[in-house]
Design a protein around this ligand. Structure first.
Ligand code: DGJ
Length: 730
């Protein structure tokens, strides 16, 4: 990619004042910082793209001038991004600009502005990294103690953004196991709004570290100015909106400092995780598409590779792994046209402990030869003999107390000396101390041993099912560093794994989607969206997840009906149509399927292959939200060239005299003619009037297709392929 340097530094004077504006630019966004040597660093603008003459207007119009990284001292009288305790116990800072540097990188530019305290040997470098094509600016800070004695950081956010008060709304995501990423939309009032996590390991549980900020009133998908913010950190975090009497809402994002003060020794530097920001005037949809592009290009491992269609064994057999069943599952998914089989939890044991319940053997990663007499290699061979690949489940950061590894290394777990251990799932599960290099080696070895013994394994499902219940490390001197060093150790291991295994597909799973974030996703190809596979609820979960994460990373599986967790039934077509809007997979035992179900799935999987690149690499347009209770939810993906699109429509309610809205499409080329073909059509069902017809993009976007309400089908859904005919309309 070409290095793009646009106008960077602009010096000019107005009356007696002189300004030094540093801009951080993307294709459609600009951030303006005022960096005058000996003065604090200010943010003057963030929003749509500005040209040089607009820059002068920024200073003339008398608008925004706020500390770019507010610090505790005598310049900031509300929430702060940074507070530090100096060696003499004093608290205040006064950070003044010392230098500015800019350099290009293949995707944009990096602007670094160094500030130094005017009394103490203490420096903060604010870094801004632009992703030009994707319209993302990442910001983080590098905080350095240049003195001899330790400094303690009691708050150390990644970034800060002032947002002009008006009709500002936020959209954020809550929900835990089985109901992840539920969408919450609310106006910002004059109060302190905090969204945070303290789990230690599963930071997307309960609340997520991403937020949409709509500047023009109630959020809309296609219109209005919206800022998206995602903290790229997989540990405890905190997002805060502080709004009291000023002209601005003050948005802060960073690592959660609760019980995590950072001690900076002599010459020590602490680097905060990046906060990724994107601005769009095309509503929340515009921001989502920016984040999806950025994710595929930079933040999800191998973001452009076609994701394989897989069968995962969990819901089919749970822990009851047996060789003959695994072979049946392999044959089953191969017969359906799948490309990968993944053996989930239950395959391992030690001499002493068996994995017949989730309370034992976790950490003892030897094959249970009672269950799999011919070992993993045999299953890899069987899979390959059926033309598919093989994958396997691990949960390497956790152990059961009923395991040989724990008996051998009781000091490897997180715990507080002298106190009883608190256990999680199964009454025995505990978290390893990832800050300990010996544990890091162990976790790396779990992965490495499996791969060395079976180099043709193509996929690893990396699970993480426990929170940090025992808040202490036997390894670390400074207990305040436990949460942060846990993540540091985990990332070191993931880096080692990726250096050695760049091609293996790794799924990020955490009791479903409890660890979906951009701190960890660069090491993973995809995530398990939720253990909740009931299509009805999955629509809402996938919808919420789609605000920041692209379909190629979102694992969506067809499971049995009635649903395992809710008892909710759904037709096979409906389940297929919902799962097919993400990375398609299967989560049931194929032996339980009838011949007609198999034949339907076979055709659906074939259809999916033909649209996979549009779904996984295309631009998402959310059309009707399941959260709006209109009785229908609908979205579509358009290929980057707009020559192909796939439209999804699912009924979400069912009663006589329903009036469903006619859904207008989005993202198409108005001048293109699209031929409509229904996918996943049930055998014998009557084609719709529009089947095979051609419609202009303009018509589809202004009018849409009428999908008749089927009074006898509570699980009505439809998937349409729109194939551009390249006939221009005069
Ligand atoms: C939680 C995951 O979300 C499930 O898919 C499954 O892998 C289980 N863990 C296995 O223990």
């Amino acid at each position: 990619m070409m290095k793009r340097l646009s106008f960077s530094l602009l010096l000019f004077s107005l009356g007696t004042a002189s300004f030094a504006f540093e801009t951080v630019d993307t294709k459609n966004n600009t951030m303006v910082l005022e960096a005058v040597s000996g003065q604090p660093l200010y943010i003057r603008y963030y929003g749509g793209k500005l040209c040089n003459s607009d820059l002068e207007s920024v200073s003339l119009c008398g608008s925004l001038k706020e500390l770019a990284y507010p610090f505790h001292g005598n310049r900031c009288h509300r929430e702060e991004a940074l507070s530090a305790i100096m060696p003499d116990g004093k608290l205040g800072l006064n950070l003044l600009v010392r230098s500015v540097s800019r350099k290009g990188w293949e995707g944009g530019e990096i602007v670094e502005i160094s500030c130094r305290d005017d009394v103490y040997p203490f420096e903060v470098k604010s870094v801004y990294k632009s992703y030009f094509e994707e319209n993302i600016i990442e910001t983080w800070t590098e905080i350095s103690n240049c003195g001899k004695k330790p400094v303690v950081l009691s708050r150390f956010d990644s970034g800060f953004l002032p947002i002009r008060v008006g009709d500002v709304w936020i959209t954020h995501f809550y929900g835990s196991w089985g109901a992840e990423a539920q969408v919450e939309t609310e106006p910002l009032r004059r109060e302190l709004v905090t969204i945070k996590s303290k789990d230690g390991t599963r930071n997307a549980n309960r609340a997520r570290s991403e937020v949409m900020i709509s500047l023009d009133g109630k959020p809309d998908e296609n219109t209005g100015r919206v800022i998206g913010a995602a903290l790229c950190w997989c540990g405890n975090y905190e997002l805060r909106f502080d709004t009291f009497d000023g002209d601005n809402h003050y948005f802060f994002a960073g690592i959660n400092p609760d019980n995590s003060a950072v001690s900076l020794e002599k010459n020590g530097t602490f680097v905060t995780p990046p906060l990724a920001l994107s601005y769009s005037s095309e509503g929340m949809g515009g921001v989502s598409r920016n984040f999806h592009r950025w994710a595929r290009n930079f933040k999800i491992h191998d973001g452009h590779r076609d994701r394989m269609i897989l069968l995962n064994s969990w819901e089919g057999v749970h822990l009851d792994i047996r060789q003959e069943e695994m072979v049946k599952m392999i044959e089953g998914i191969a017969d359906l046209g799948g490309e990968l089989f993944v053996m989930d939890d239950g395959w391992f044991a030690s001499g002493k402990y068996k994995r017949n319940s989730d309370g034992s053997a976790l950490g003892d990663w030897s094959v249970d030869t009672d269950k799999l007499p011919d070992g993993i290699g045999h299953l890899v061979d069987v899979a390959e003999s059926h033309g598919i690949k093989f994958g396997i489940w691990i949960e390497p950061e956790m152990v059961n107390s009923q395991s040989e590894i724990f008996e051998k290394h009781p000091d490897w777990i997180l715990r507080q000396p002298g106190r009883d251990i608190s256990y999680g799932r199964g009454g025995t599960r505990i978290v390893l101390d990832m800050s300990n290099p010996a544990v890091q080696d162990f976790v790396f070895k779990v992965f490495d041993d499996i791969m060395t013994a079976n180099p043709r394994i193509a996929y690893i499902k990396w699970d993480c099912n426990e929170i940090i219940r025992n808040q202490g490390s036997l390894y670390l001197q400074n207990q305040q560093h436990t949460y942060i060093e846990y993540i540091g150790g985990l990332i070191k291991v993931l880096e080692r794994i990726r250096a050695k295994y760049p091609d293996i597909v790794i799924q990020n799973c955490s009791s479903g989607g409890a660890r979906v974030n951009y701190g960890i996703m660069p090491y993973f190809d995809e995530f398990w969206t939720s253990d909740q596979t009931s299509a009805h609820q999955r629509i809402r979960i996938q919808w919420g997840t789609s605000y920041f994460f692209p379909a190629c990373a979102m694992a969506c599986h067809i499971s049995a009906s009635p649903d395992l967790h809710t008892g909710m039934p759904a037709s096979l077509k409906y389940r297929v149509d919902v799962a097919g809007s993400g990375r398609l997979g299967v989560e049931l035992h194929p032996s339980g399927m009838t011949d007609s179900e198999k034949s339907f799935c076979r055709r659906a999987i074939e259809d999916y292959k033909s649209i996979r690149s549009v779904v996984q690499q295309g631009d998402l347009y959310r059309l009707v939200s399941p959260y709006d209770d209109k009785g229908v939810a609908s979205l579509m993906y358009c290929s980057p060239g707009k020559d192909k699109a796939v439209f999804y429509w699912w009924k979400t309610d069912h009663y006589i005299d329903m009036r469903l809205p006619r859904v207008r499409m989005s993202g198409l080329n108005p001048a293109e003619k699209y031929k409509i073909t229904e996918l996943n059509r049930e055998e014998g069902s009557k084609p719709h009037t529009f089947e095979g017809g051609s419609f202009s993009g303009k018509f589809l976007m202004e009018h849409g297709l009428e999908i008749p309400f089927d009074r006898m089908n509570p699980w009505q859904s439809i998937v349409l392929l729109l194939d551009g005919q390249t006939n221009r309309i005069d």
